[in-house]
Ligand binder design. Structure first.
Ligand code: SF4
Length: 322
């Protein structure tokens, strides 16, 4: 249970209600997620939502599934009773949800659901034969109306790289919401980019360069347009999971800020730690902790402000596993 002082700081994140242990599935069951409730809830203010319940389908209810052909928007219809078509109803409640939840910094989704599944949800032909796979109807609405919102499936967070990637995106989006969106200005946008540079570089080096070029003359563009463009490209770049190679590249650049302050033996030790990480001998936490130790003592204000060095709470241990 989170302490009261932390509760106010927790980041608002949406979650499929069944993952919270709510008995809202078609069969009256739930899919309580221990990781979300026992670990993430200390950091995230989880806001449960069940689109099917909100669309007026009761509990228990006849199951629904996606039906359609490849290239078409699938429809959401009853598995037993194909005349039950809730496509429009679900689209309406999803759009209304987004309007009322612009404060969210992410959404954790239930795998395989025709509404909440992030990907690889089965789509069927009219005759009941499997056709292809797609995202659930609620997820398509989230992507359409709130494209910058970080999304992840709960089961995919068993993968350490995907887990770290999602939580990094949530914290980066929270930074944006608090420091750019809350008080928009070209200056706030440039400051945001300045402190996110090495995080961006670790995820997508071309995106890092492209956004740097874009911002060089962003002052000539209307602020709204510059913010929209930047945020969309920034979140898309962060959605690409960083690899050992791209982390090693970003770490080497960060180390460059210490070259005047350190003797050559220390620099060799730090380069060796980055190489050990790149070759898979140690986890990311090893070179990051070592470099952070020296950055705190000798780093400029600019490099100390880099979110890359501390993108999410250390206690979550996310960099101990990648
Ligand atoms: S997967 Fe989504 S629609 Fe299905 S029960 Fe869970 S929250 Fe409701």
């Amino acid at each position: 249970m989170a302490e009261p002082s932390r509760v106010a700081e927790r980041i608002p994140v949406g979650i499929s209600a069944c993952l919270m242990g709510e008995q809202v599935r078609y069969n009256g069951g739930h899919k309580r997620s221990r990781y979300c409730l026992d670990v993430l809830q200390d950091r995230f203010a989880l806001e449960p939502f069940c689109p099917e319940l909100e669309a007026g389908l009761g509990v228990p209810r006849d199951p629904i599934r996606l039906v359609g052909r490849l290239g078409e928007e699938p429809r959401l219809v009853g598995t037993k009773d194909p005349s039950l078509d809730v496509t429009e109803r679900l689209a309406e409640v999803s759009a209304a949800f987004v309007e009322q939840h612009r404060h969210l910094r992410g959404f954790i989704l239930m795998k395989g659901s025709p509404s909440c599944g992030l990907e690889r949800v089965k789509v069927y032909h009219d005759n009941g034969m499997p056709s292809h796979s797609d995202s659930g109807a609620f997820v398509r609405a989230l992507r359409r109306h709130f494209p910058e919102l970080p999304l992840e499936e709960e089961t995919r967070m068993n993968d350490a790289v995907l887990r770290e990637n999602f939580i990094t995106r949530v914290y980066a989006f929270d930074d944006w919401k608090r420091h750019v969106e809350a008080d928009p200005s070209h200056h706030a946008l440039l400051e945001f980019h300045s402190r996110q540079k090495y995080l961006l570089m670790a995820h997508h080096v071309e995106g890092y360069r492209e956004l740097g070029r874009y911002l060089a003359d962003a002052g000539k563009r209307p602020l709204d347009e510059a913010m929209r463009h930047y945020l969309q490209r920034f979140m898309a770049a962060l959605a690409r999971p960083a690899t050992r190679k791209t982390h090693a590249n970003a770490l080497t650049h960060v180390l460059g800020y210490l070259k005047q302050a350190l003797d050559s033996d220390t620099k060799q030790d730090l380069l060796a730690a980055i190489d050990d990480y790149r070759l898979g001998r140690v986890h990311l936490v090893v070179p990051i902790r070592l470099i952070n130790h020296y950055i705190k003592r000798h780093g400029s204000e600019y490099i100390r402000a880099q979110t890359y060095l501390d993108p999410h709470p250390y206690e979550l241990g996310l960099r101990n596993a990648i």
